[in-house]
Every structure is written in structure tokens, then in C-alpha cells.
Design a protein around this ligand. Sequence first.
Ligand code: PHE
Length: 461
Amino acid sequence: MTEQRGNWTSSAGFVLAATGSAIGLGNLWKFPFITWENNGGAFVLVYLVCIAAVGLPIMMAELLVGRKTQKSAVGALKEAAGPAWGLVGLWGVLCGFTLLSYYTVIAGWSLFYFVQTIGWTASGFPAGLATGDLFGEQVSNAPLQLMMSLGFSIATVSVVYFGVQRGIERIARLFLPILFAILVLMLVSALGMSGAGEAIAFIFRPSFSELEPVGVLEALGHSFFTLSLGMGAMITYGSYIARNQSLVKAAGTIVLLDTVIALVATVIMFSVIFSVAGMAEQVGGSTVGMLFISLPELFYTEVPFGIILGPLFYVLVALAALTSTMSLLEVVTSYVIDEHGIERHKATVMCGSAVFVFTIFAALSFSDVPFLSTLAVFEGKTGWFETADHFVSNWMLPTGGLAITIAVGWFMTREQSESELVDETTPGWFSYGVWRFFIRYVAPVAVAAIVIAVLRGTDFS
Ligand code: PHE
């Protein structure tokens, strides 16, 4: 039995689910790190421009293809732009599959740190504990990695199993308000720290001499990742939207919330880091470093109310990750449901299990497993996990995004897209002509620049 379409219970339900997909490890894990790497201010400004000029128009494009066709990625692109475009949808499904397989591993780490921090809150932070070593031990502990990833996969499958209304929307409605509340608490605490002023200046005061050209492409590449674009997640979620809802308003809200949350997370993390002497130098290393090595200890040594906020923070990471993994699994599952006529329960378990096989590969890439830990396809990337991440962020999302903009901008007629975007619910600030110009010219040229840069050897992951 295929599910009835058009079945978010309300526009708020849809906006929460899509915002949940967008807000994830990209906001909490990647964005603060690349902002750090690119020296703040100017990078943030460029990122905001990319979000507005490329992310927002493509968000509208994906939602409109979904709602117009009421089909998941493959069927939707076929119907909207022509049979050959189904391949782009398939590329998206493959991308969702791959991304989900390793995203689950990082999500699993948040479970580990949740348990750790609960222990520290109960009995104190162990004196002399080296958090770098702790991280190293947990990632290379194969049984532990497998258990945590399995736990997280089961959680994802359990949500998608119950479908759009009773699974995805229900969880998004429950978790997103919790997520926002935790972030507000953390923001209040962080703003009270001595490094807050410096953090805000670092993030919001642009100094263009410090931004390298590749930073611009990195900002653009990240706008795809963080908004869940380029692989059909928003097409799929769009296919469940009712006719009487404004896509423009929804897209605006999702993009705005995702951006605000990324900035808030960055302010929080940098306020903590700038408050501690010598921390800024230490963080330099890696993205993982900030979230799972520097922060855990600081909650217990520096952050006001840290013994409460510590565990809450890792709950936040886990919830943000789950509302993203469920959208990734939905892309794969809805494809199997729609195109192969398999019933949802069976399809979810099948797809979840198939993805998990690859999650095992990713989870074991930090242990001494031959091939999985040594695989070297891309320069500077070692092991299955890094290879998969590189392939998705650098190759799959930008190429998928480029194809989607061309499909919508050039292979759908004006009437077809206008009828989805413009009606009596459309807000006054929206101009169809401007959108069309961006989707036909600005977005493809910008995204093509990423693809060309990648072909010439630039690395975004
Ligand atoms: N947007 C998510 C994040 O920022 C990642 C994601 C990408 C989720 C694509 C779904 C689809 O973490």
C-alpha cells in the first residue's frame, strides 16, 4: 500500500520537519569549524550571501518540484523535467544513502558523549583526563562504534517506519522545540562568559583581507549541505505539502531558521573558546576537535551551569542529527515505496538495513581494519569514512544541485513553476521574475564554479 500524499497535518508540521532536516551536524559540527578555519567575519558574510542568492532559490525549486508532482525524488524529476532527469533523482537517492551511512556514525558519538557527561555530572570531571585521548579511544573501539551506530540507526528506522505524519512530523514537533530551548539556555550562558565579545566580533566583523578565494566556494558548498539541498530531500518533503500552503513562505522560514541556528551555535562555541586562555590555539586541529574534544571538558571547568548544560548539549546534537537522518532515510525509502511499489514498513526496514551495512564500514574506519581504515582514493583522505564524506560533500551534492537548478530553471516552463510559487498565499516580498533569474543564471553559474574547482582539486570536506 502506498501512503496517501499531501499528508503533513499542517504547514507548521511541515516547516518543523524540513527545518529539522536542515538543522543538523552541518550547523553544530561543520559550520563553526569552517568559520574558524576561514577567520570569521568575511566568511560569514559571504556565507549569508550564498544562502540568500543560491540556497533560498534552490530550496524553493526543490519544494516546488515535490509539491507539483507529489512524488519522491526520482519520479518527481522525471515528471517535472523529462524522463532522463530521473537519473538525477537516482543520484540523489544514492547520495542520501551514502550520507546517511556515515552521518549515523558521528551521530553515534553524541550518544557516547551524552553518557560520559551524565557520568561526569553525577560524579565530577575526572582530574587529569585527556579528552583528546578519550576521543581517540572511543572512535577506535570497534564494538562500541558498532553499538552506538546501530542504536542510532534503529532510532532513525523507527521514526521513518511510522510514516510522514505519525513518524517524521510527530518527532519533529516534539524535538525541535526542545532543541531550540536548549540552544537558548546555552546562548544565555555563553553570552555571560568573558570571551563573548571577542567571539561576536570574530563572527560578525568582516575583514576581507583574511578570506581566501577558496573560502567563498567553501561557503557555497556548505550552503547545500546545511540546507539539505542537492539530493532530493526537499523534493521528497515537498511532495507531502498540501496545496494551500505558500512554498515561498515555507522556504523562507526554513532557510532563516537554519541560518540563525548555525550562527547561534557558532556564537556559543566561540564564546566558550575565547574565554579560555590558550584554547584558540588548541582548537585549530579539526571539526571533531571543537565538538568532541575541547567542549566536553570546558563544560565542567568554564561554562556557567556547565554540569547541566554539558549533557543537554549532547542531547541537542543527537536530536539535531536524528531529525536530519530521518529525512535522509525518507529519501531512500520513499523512492523504494513509489518506484518499486513496496509497502512502507517493509521498505523502511529494507533500506535501513542496507544503509547500515555501509555504516559498519564507516564505523570501522577508525579501527585498525585493513582497507576500511587505509582506503585512499582522494588525496589527503584516508579510510572509508573520510572518503565517503569527501565524495558526498565535494562531488554528489554540488553536481546534484547543479542538475536540479538546470532541470527547474531550463526544463520546466515558466507556467509550471509560477503556478506553484505564486498564488494568494505568496508573501509580498517575493518576485517570481527575480527568482527565475536566480534559478536560471545565478545559481547554476555559482554551483558550476564549485564543480569546476573540485575538478581542479579543491577540497571542501
Ligand atoms: N542539513 C543537514 C545538516 O546540516 C545534513 C543533510 C543534508 C540532511 C542533506 C539531509 C539531507 O546536518
